[in-house]
Write a protein that binds this ligand. Structure first.
Ligand SMILES: [Zn+2]
Length: 274
């Protein structure tokens, strides 16, 4: 049986995507998959070479050839790869690079100043890039750091009206603009435990489709990718139930994005739907 294997683990390759395996190809570089499990002459039949072109490559000392994919223009297409008597169907998405500029606001409120060291944000940006860069060609840059004082108690268990007021206060600090889908404001507070019901995430919150995130010290101390989860809500993603998923709530979240989530967040960033 013919199989394709990503050269870099999880680099945009969704082996279990529905209905077919899918490869995300950044439009500014090549992607490669190794052909394993069968022998014989290789024949590649692309659906639409104006979106992506395919060549094969043999490397010195390696038996298995590589399928080399080059994006030509933004879009989705597919390819049949034949080798000997076997064949393999692959979907390909060619995506342009998108950049999200992140401003971190370290908020002093009634509980004081957050303990999270600002230098930790380098690691947070790295994690965001490992998840969204590899899978969706969406990259994050640390754009700005601010230290506002906000006269508010973010840890109070507050009702809906008070929550709205809280988000209004943050919106005032973040501002509004035409680039709101490419600028993300992360507010770090000492304690935010207003969100202690199933409707919310325990350590932070990002309202659906809004470029505002609120997270506290305990969230940023968690070994799970809390900011990537909250960023998923900015990108209009909803919760999933499988351990290891970015959008799983609680301590079982991981780095796994599903292909339909990648498609959805790319549509959001391109201003399609919301
Ligand atoms: Zn959530």
């Amino acid at each position: 049986m013919l199989d394709l294997e990503p050269v870099r683990k999880n680099h945009g390759y969704f082996a279990d995507a529905d209905p077919d395996p899918v490869l995300m190809v950044p439009d500014d570089r090549l992607d490669r998959l190794r052909m394993i499990g069968t022998e014989g002459p290789v024949h590649v039949v692309p659906d639409d070479p104006s979106i992506a072109t395919f060549t094969t490559e043999h490397r010195n000392g390696e038996v298995a050839p590589y399928l080399v994919v080059e994006g030509e223009r933004h879009g989705h297409t597919g390819v049949w790869v034949h080798r000997g008597r076997n064949r393999f169907r692959l979907l390909v998405a060619v995506y342009a690079r998108q950049t999200i500029h992140v401003t971190f606001h370290f908020v002093t409120d009634k509980h004081g100043t957050p303990r999270t060291p600002p230098a930790q944000m380098d690691d947070e940006i790295d994690t965001l890039n490992e998840i969204y860069g590899a899978n969706a060609n969406v990259h994050f840059r640390w754009h700005n750091t601010r230290h506002p004082h906000i006269d508010f108690d973010f840890s109070q268990r507050i009702d809906d009206a008070a929550q709205d007021k809280m988000w209004d206060l943050l919106r005032e600090k973040a501002g509004v603009g035409n680039e709101m889908r490419h600028h993300w404001n992360v507010f770090v507070v000492r304690r935010f435990d207003a969100a202690d019901t199933d409707d919310f995430n325990a350590w932070g919150e990002n309202r659906f489709g809004k470029n505002l995130c609120l997270v506290d010290d305990s969230g940023l101390a968690s070994p799970t990718p809390v900011l990537a989860h909250e960023c998923g809500h900015f990108f209009t993603l909803r919760h999933t139930q499988t351990a290891g998923d970015v959008m799983k709530q609680g301590t079982q979240k991981g780095e796994r994005l599903h292909w339909d989530q990648v498609v959805r967040l790319r549509r959001f960033l391109n201003g399609v739907g919301a």
